[in-house]
Design a protein around this ligand. Sequence first.
Ligand SMILES: [Zn+2]
Ligand SMILES: [Zn+2]
Length: 478
Amino acid sequence: MKEILIAHKTLLGNKLLENIAILVEDGKIVDILDAFESEITHIPVRTFPENTILMPSFIDTHTHLSSYGISLSKPNLNKFTLKKDVIDFASEYIKENERDVYIFVGYDDSKWKDDSNITKEDLDKISNKKPIIFKRVCGHKAILNSKAIEIIGSIEGLDTNTGIALEKLPLNIYEIFKPSIDEIKEGILKAQEIALSFGIRSIVDITNVNSFRAYQELKREGKLKLRVGIVLYERFFEYVKNVGLEYNFGDDYLKFLGMKIFLDGSVGSGTHDVLLKTDEELAYILNMCQEYKVQLLAHAIGEKAINQFIRVFKLNVKENYLRHRIEHFEFPYYEDIELASKLNIYISCQPNFVKLWGGYDNMYAKKLSYETLKRCNLYKTMLDKNVKFSFGSDTMPLDPILGIQGAVEHFIETERISLEDALYLYSTAGAEFLFMEDKIGKIEKGYYADIIVLDENMKLLYTSYEDKTPYSFYNTNY
Ligand SMILES: [Zn+2]
Ligand SMILES: [Zn+2]
């Protein structure tokens, strides 16, 4: 069926223009017309009210959608602002629910007003008979009680005295306590509905082999509605090598992209300035990726890890056709921004982190030196220097509007970007990250009609590909 869509403004490139009509047919954009011209075409017209924005659907270039889906079924501690309430909630939950292992997700000790220290003693008071794990919101830290430590034994990054586990255990928690493929599928479907309700159509999911399998089953069953690029964690590299998977293998719904490694940790867990690999190790990995044609995503938050990647990349990669990426890129040196641009390194930023933890009186300000804080997510500088970057949420949470606010209202005023640029970075700019810049991310003839319309409060009003009631976590008054 042919249909014409006319909103108040339309995002073309990084400009919001008026009086534009989009002709859509069978999931494709067939033509772009002048709104006045469209009146004489005899094709049904759908007109949206004042202050609406029509744009390509959001592309989230850094998610953990499948593990988020699984965690949706786990009790969440994120809403609490008192440690006491966290403990009470967990105690109550354990009394009422029978589980082999109790995994609580999303706790954020930086928000607790009474006491922001938590160790295994606190969890032992809840229960010393049942294994309990609290996973921090950043994903890089977890607290275990004595029973959980007893079951897991020793694992890298776990301090058995305090019960604090950094990096390995929290990052691989669903590997250690594996959900079934069916559970993963169920989780993906839940998370997919939330993504779609935010106007997200395409994502990169950084995940494991079982989730990759779950996605393949969902696609065969006709249930996959998102366009998904799969990135696997480093420990699956042998699998990738043995199977012979190469970058951009798949189709417009599901494809393999590459592999993610960690060069540092997170600010929240105090590991953002700890280098997890030597230059030699990183060079070895980069060369392997080049040899086996696998895209590399390097998690680098602090300036040390960012600098390390750029330094090693410069020595080892001549042309970035695999579109190797830096993830987060939160506190770069100015010189490294310029180098990243020159070397054509792809960068996925998380502007929701600025919204959640930025500012002169927030978590980043408390954990970092002033000098470092002043280099927090330099979006305006990156635009001015023509850095190839896009936005993603890291699923904290998925809501793109939260990130757009973070970028537009940046606490460093000189680093604020326009709404148009923020929308562009959350849609058009992401297409290249999925090797789909000729198919999605633009309101252009021949492209998929992955089109959304936002209302005056920046809430999803309409999608051209699905009929659904918008769902929202946040009351965003824009
Ligand atoms: Zn990361
Ligand atoms: Zn991540």
